[in-house]
Design a protein around this ligand. Sequence first.
Ligand SMILES: Cc1cc2nc3c(=O)[nH]c(=O)nc-3n(C[C@H](O)[C@H](O)[C@H](O)COP(=O)(O)OP(=O)(O)OC[C@H]3O[C@@H](n4cnc5c(N)ncnc54)[C@H](O)[C@@H]3O)c2cc1C
Length: 465
Amino acid sequence: MEHTRLGYWIDEAGDVTPRPPLDADRDADLLIVGGGYTGMWTAWHARKLAPEARIVLLESEPVCGRGPSGRNGGFCEGVWTSLASMRDRWGDAPALAVGHAAEAAVDRIEAFCAAGDDDAWFRRGGYLRVSTAAAHDGVGRPSLAAARELGVADKLLDVPAAEVQEHCASAAFRGGVIEPCTATVQPARLALALRRSLLAAGVDVYESSPVRRFRESPDGVEATVATGARVRAPRGVLAIGPAAKSGPLRHRLTVASSHIVITEPVPDVIEKLGWTGGEAITDGRALVHYFRTTPDGRIAFGWGGGRIMMGARLRGRAEVDADVVARQQHHLLDYFPDLAGRRITNAWGGPIDASPTHLPAVTSLPRSRAWVAAGYTGNGVGPTNMVGLTLASLALDRSDDPTRLAFVDSKAPRVPPEPFHWIGGESIRWGIEKKEEAEMSGRAPNPVASALAKVPALLGFHIGR
Ligand SMILES: Cc1cc2nc3c(=O)[nH]c(=O)nc-3n(C[C@H](O)[C@H](O)[C@H](O)COP(=O)(O)OP(=O)(O)OC[C@H]3O[C@@H](n4cnc5c(N)ncnc54)[C@H](O)[C@@H]3O)c2cc1C
């Protein structure tokens, strides 16, 4: 097994020639820091809304999309599965508006994939959330009820246990809920396709250009990269993913980690499971397992049970964690025992920008010349396109529906300072893991673990959907 930080998707997508670093001062109309999906979709929307605008995008890695955007599970989701929590937080109409905007984003990604020459493996098979323990049989039910009450019953469908077996015949699966609008993609191929389209559209992309200093003034923004070169613009967007924890979103994010293993091609196992509809599937745990198939017959299996990182640490065990991956391989066999003896070819991981609300947020910096977006909590592949449209609209001084979506400058609980944040976060993670392990094997959870698992809700935090 090859266990690396960048992982299978980035290898599979192949090499591209990196863009040179910024080495001279530049002026622009819009400055975007970060070349993941959020930054790239912001540039893409801005280019469409203002074809003449001079857009500069700065990315620290040698190639855009090498962070979480190129390494994720490739679930390109709407947010209907979060409808109940959005409704609790924002009310009926704002929750519905975000639900529709996120679904429209998946449609746009489909159209983007269909229009280009790059095959990003976009396949719409729905997102099935299944229970794998009696204690998790309520999975997806609050949002299912909310969808019915709010007149969007077609956005989330009840899937009784017998029907779940028709989607994927794992003996571990019970009943569930499906979000039909969800697709799967090859994340690194999507990132490279987006990068290529930006270059073709004349966006100035500078790679290997880490921003060391970002200043907002009443006149605009100024970013200085490692070479000392600067970009000045009247408006700026910080789309730096989990790195926002080290700066403007210090009190708004927790950096956790998630890891993925992928099998050798196992088309016979997939056939036997009847898992041929391209469904993206998760279980109902808070430390969620997520799994999908690929066009060449592999199974990718991820786990959101990775460690909480101290502060904004994004490397080390946030990316390569042998202990977590070893446990994950056992979980894979619990769900798919027919994979015993089959090879895991690759493992990798990456940091997750977890927000206390489980929802992304767009936050204005104090002088309203720049915005920062993060907090997708492991669910950004589809929503980054929606958030990118909001960021582009805000940065171009538009006042339209995307700028009025409820995640713009929304209130959220603050996370405590270090070291309390890390100590508390790791204790809660331990509690949830132990509680869920007990539930999976039908045992009564240890009372200490159960008590710790309840702490986030007492603080107003939303763990899981
Ligand atoms: C293992 C894993 C599995 C996941 N699975 C899924 C999934 O199946 N479905 C889903 O919806 N979501 C998933 N996610 C989450 C998803 O990948 C993210 O929500 C999404 O990629 C966020 O995109 P982003 O552009 O905001 O952030 P990022 O992808 O983190 O991009 C930020 C970019 O900013 C750059 N940057 C940071 N600091 C600087 C700086 N100072 N100067 C210049 N550049 C900088 C980084 O190098 C990076 O390229 C997963 C994440 C991980 C790690």
